[in-house]
Design a protein around this ligand. Structure first.
Ligand SMILES: Cc1ncc(COP(=O)(O)O)c(C=O)c1O
Length: 376
């Protein structure tokens, strides 16, 4: 429909072949492909353990469970995120405490605001690395150490993104990833939990499959004949069809991200010539996944955001808005304090097309169209 869509899948014959091979193997639920996907993911991230799950939302839920977060505990989290980050906190009856973003140039959570939100009931911080750009993890880990808090990284946007040489998702206690169809790695639905702590990993693995001590694949291979159930767990498993796609997607990831970095550099150059437009994280020099490309209108033209998005739509350019602030959803009304910077940013934000095969001419066309709409 659109001349330039927001996102394009990086799928080819390799994914088709991987699915066919798995179907023909006749083992389609959690089995060898899951194990291979987990091993590859962990090794690419330099993490000790990776656990494939059915999506990132359940990975976040498992993170809350294995870290022992429970009723009445306070968990500091961003509002400028997908609602799943916050829903997972509520699944264990904990209380989300929203922290503001840093500024127009860095849309991650502000460590100073995190500090202000700490009370005697705070147990954890959930960070979200917006668009694959890292939160200030040195400051956040320092706060966590000072106050004895656990740290969960919602790293859905940032597979292979780095912070001071470390991969996002491996810095806190637990990292959570999504393989939803528009993510850097797509399996349709899917997710991963990573941790360097063997105890947390074993607990997450147990809870992923009903609290059962063995998996059907192990039993079918004769490695084990029976099982016990030692905790009320869930069915949060990924099937081997998706894991097979994930393995192929991982093979493509680095090249895909390098191309995205190039697309971002074209955008940064083209947008520098557009007065009124701010490119958050501009000039960021560490390796980043560039999951999305979000821009901000400045205070002078911010009020025209929806009108400008409509005009981009008419010009054949698909846009989105990441994200409506979670603290303004009715369901979180009880926890909503004012977050002036998040509210200001969210009113002026536009997510522009970003994918590895996006052409330079398209990027220039998008920037020129924006310039005409803002300044014409
Ligand atoms: C920041 C963030 N957190 C959590 C999720 C939830 O991931 P999933 O759809 O795999 O459950 C998403 C994906 O949309 C996301 O972008």
């Amino acid at each position: 429909m659109y001349k330039i869509p927001l996102f394009d899948l990086n799928f080819g014959v390799e994914e088709e072949a991987a699915v066919l091979e798995t179907l023909r193997s006749k083992w389609i639920s959690t089995g060898p492909k899951n194990a291979a996907f987990e091993e590859k993911f962990a090794s690419m991230l330099g993490a000790s353990h990776a656990l494939a799950v059915s999506n990132c939302t359940v990975s976040l839920h498992l993170a809350m469970k294995i870290l022992g977060i429970g009723p009445g505990d306070e968990v500091i989290c961003p509002s400028l995120t997908f609602v799943a980050t916050v829903n997972a906190i509520r699944y264990v009856d904990a209380i989300p405490v929203f922290a503001d973003v840093r500024n127009d140039h860095d849309l991650t959570m502000d460590p100073d605001d995190i500090r202000k939100k700490i009370t005697g009931r705070t147990r954890a911080i959930v960070v979200m690395h917006y668009a694959g750009f890292p939160c200030d993890m040195d400051a956040i880990m320092e706060i966590a150490r000072e106050h004895g808090l656990r740290v969960v990284e919602d790293a859905c946007h940032g597979p292979l993104s780095e912070y001071h040489g470390k991969k996002l998702g491996t810095i806190g206690d637990v990292g959570c990833f999504s393989f939803f169809s528009n993510k850097n790695i797509s399996t349709g639905e899917g997710g991963m939990l990573v941790t360097n702590d063997p105890k947390l990993y074993e607990h997450a693995k147990l809870l992923r499959s009903h609290g059962m001590t063995t998996l059907s694949y192990e039993r079918s291979k004769g490695h084990s004949t029976g099982y016990d159930v030692i905790e009320s767990g869930y069915n949060y498993r990924m099937d081997d069809i998706r894991a097979a796609i994930g393995i192929v997607q991982l093979d493509k990831l680095e090249a895909d991200l390098k191309r995205r970095a190039e697309v971002r550099s074209w955008y940064e150059d083209a947008c520098a010539a557009v007065p009124g437009l701010i490119v958050p994280f501009s000039g960021h020099s560490e390796f980043a996944s560039n999951y999305i490309f979000a821009v901000l209108l400045d205070e002078n033209c911010g009020h025209r955001r929806d009108q400008i998005r409509d005009a981009l739509h008419k010009a054949g350019i698909q846009t989105s808005m990441h994200y409506p602030p979670a603290h303004q959803f009715s369901i979180f009304a009880d926890y909503a304090g004012p977050l002036p910077k998040t509210e200001s940013v969210a009113g002026r934000l536009i997510t522009l097309p970003m994918y590895a095969s996006l052409e330079k001419e398209s990027v220039i066309f998008i920037a020129e169209t924006l310039n005409a709409l803002i300044n014409g």
